[in-house]
Ligand binder design. Structure first.
Ligand SMILES: [Zn+2]
Length: 290
């Protein structure tokens, strides 16, 4: 009799355990069913959902720089990584051209995805990869998707005048790529001595912000020997120009130039079109990407 009661108790405990396991699985399934489906691509500007997403710190850098350049006080990235501008009339400074570009990206029917590619030799500062046409087999929706690759580490290798460094930060790099992705603006030809349509737009933003403008799209390359090691490195150089608005200097056409330099081999992406090993002779070089 006692043995039978023990058996009954064991059976009861086993049934309770089975019930609890079943309940936990049901709860887990219910929770999963409530989670929204994360689509790999969706309209607007967002952190990548298809690999190489920006870290929290990198997203904060982008958010801070876009706020400064647009003046949108309520610009932020939501929990799903999408760029949101809650109140578009809440503006503090910034550039009207930057606002137009960033709004076009946020409202775009395209999917524009930000990826982090630090220390990549294929990316110098930033680049827009070739777009794809993506079809959602579940919903039947089709859209164009673009990926902007950012190499935040490259910006740590910049040297030169502080004003030139400020004119060439990750925020400007992103705006440049948005100029390609959203406004379909083009760069100048590799050896042309012009800024190109895309960089001309970004120069308009710099002008509105009181920042020197980039003179040419392509960087100059030249060789320089290191003093201590004697090794030769390839230096890339961009020139920025600030035209004074004072009456005197405007009359006499005065402007100031600021120089930005980096080790092309460390940053990568520079197509090696150096024509001479003579470090005093400069050659034109294309930048793959930005
Ligand atoms: Zn470009």
């Amino acid at each position: 009799m006692k043995l039978q009661r023990i058996r009954q108790a064991v059976v009861c405990v086993a049934l309770v355990i089975v019930f609890l396991i079943g309940l936990s699985r049901f709860c887990s399934l219910s929770t999963n069913a409530q989670q929204p489906v994360v689509e790999p691509y969706a309209p607007g500007l967002r952190n990548s959902a298809v690999g190489h997403p920006l870290s929290v710190e990198e997203m904060l850098v982008v958010q801070t720089q876009l706020r400064q350049k647009t003046g949108f006080v309520q610009l932020h990235f939501d929990e799903a990584g999408f760029l949101k501008i809650e109140n578009r009339s809440h503006i503090d400074g910034g550039s009207a051209l930057a606002r137009k570009l960033v709004l076009a990206a946020a409202d775009s029917k395209k999917s524009i995805n930000l990826q982090s590619h630090n220390r990549s030799l294929k990316v110098s500062f930033a680049r827009l990869t070739r777009g794809i046409n993506w079809a959602n087999l579940r919903t039947g929706v089709q859209l164009d998707a673009e990926i902007i690759e950012l190499d935040f580490d490259d910006f740590n290798h910049l040297h030169g005048d502080q004003k030139a460094v400020e004119a060439f930060d990750p925020g400007f790099a992103l705006l440049h790529e948005l100029g390609h992705a959203v406004l379909e603006l083009r760069d100048s030809a590799p050896r042309a001595k012009t800024a190109g349509d895309c960089e001309a737009y970004i120069n308009g933003i710099r002008r509105e912000l009181g920042i020197p403008q980039r003179r040419h799209y392509t960087a100059d390359l030249y060789r320089r020997a290191r003093f201590q090691s004697g090794l030769t490195i390839t230096v890339a150089e961009l020139t920025f120009e600030e035209t004074s608005t004072s009456a005197h200097t405007e009359k006499h056409g005065s402007s100031r130039r600021f120089y930005l330099r980096w080790d092309a081999q460390q940053v990568g992406g520079a197509r090696t079109t150096l024509r001479s090993t003579d470090r005093k002779r400069k050659a034109r070089a294309g930048l793959a990407g930005l």
